[in-house]
Write a protein that binds this ligand. Structure first.
Ligand code: URA
Length: 250
């Protein structure tokens, strides 16, 4: 099952990695697809690649990534247990904020990834991913730490790990929110044990993922995506494994 999802993700990666739909395509070093477990029960979504991510082609490999690793470890996880992606796949110059236009272009990629992975929980980190996934303009301060049900998934907005770099005291709040993630996962089949999921209407969120549009993407020849073919991948298990690891897909 997870192997099937990994192949689908890989195919999708090779399809979109040459994207030039917005100006960030001209300045990026690498297209940062996202990495982790293709069959993960939880997907973490950040904002956009920074300098290190752009250079290495993987999400959260800089200082914010170290904080994220520590938080994952605090609930017994490591990167190969979860999938990590961003709202934008390419680095905005000088790490400026993502533009609305860029988010609107790039969101179909994230939505398609979510559709393929089909996680139980989406953890949005910071303002941009939270507002995108909950389809709201309510501030992250009001949303963080609450649990939302969107379609058949739980969505948990938390602060962006990079916030700790500026305000170290935020680490404690993030740690508490990670404990909440663990509680949600452990009680997924008995949601009564989770302090009640919020009513989406309360936040102005419609909770629409727009997954249907994303569903057509792989076969949509008018999408403007350069359908770059992936390399011929060896069927030898060892080579196959190391190729997957190189791509950051487990
Ligand atoms: N911040 C993000 O939002 N994403 C990354 O990949 C790195 C830092």
């Amino acid at each position: 099952m997870s192997e099937d999802k990994r192949e689908k993700l890989k195919e999708f990666y090779f399809q979109i990695k040459g994207c030039m739909e917005c100006e960030l395509g001209k300045t990026r070093t690498n297209f940062v697809f996202g990495s982790g477990n293709s069959g993960a029960e939880i997907v973490f979504i950040g904002e956009a690649p920074g300098r290190n991510e752009d250079l290495q082609g993987k999400p959260f490999v800089g200082q914010a990534g170290k904080i994220l690793d520590e938080l994952l470890l605090s609930i017994g996880f490591n990167r190969s247990d979860v999938f990590i992606a961003n709202v934008l796949k390419c680095r905005p110059p000088e790490n400026r904020d993502p533009k609305l236009e860029e988010i609107n272009i790039c969101k179909k990629y994230l939505l398609k990834q979510i559709e393929i992975i089909d996680p139980k929980i989406i953890c949005t980190m910071g303002k941009y991913s939270t507002q995108l996934i909950l389809n709201t303009d309510t501030s992250i301060t009001k949303l963080r730490g609450k649990v939302f049900r969107v379609e058949n998934r739980m969505v948990l907005p938390i602060n962006h790990p990079a916030a700790v770099l500026y305000t170290p005291s935020r680490f404690g709040i993030l740690k508490e929110d990670f404990q909440r993630i663990k509680t949600i996962l452990d009680n997924y089949e008995n949601p009564g044990n989770i302090s009640s999921p919020c009513d989406l209407a309360e936040t102005g969120a419609t909770g629409s993922f727009g997954l249907e549009a994303a569903a057509n993407l792989l076969s949509d020849s008018n999408s403007g995506i350069s359908a770059e073919k992936g390399p011929v991948v060896s069927t030898e298990p060892d080579l196959q494994k190391s190729k997957n690891e190189q791509l950051g897909l487990f």
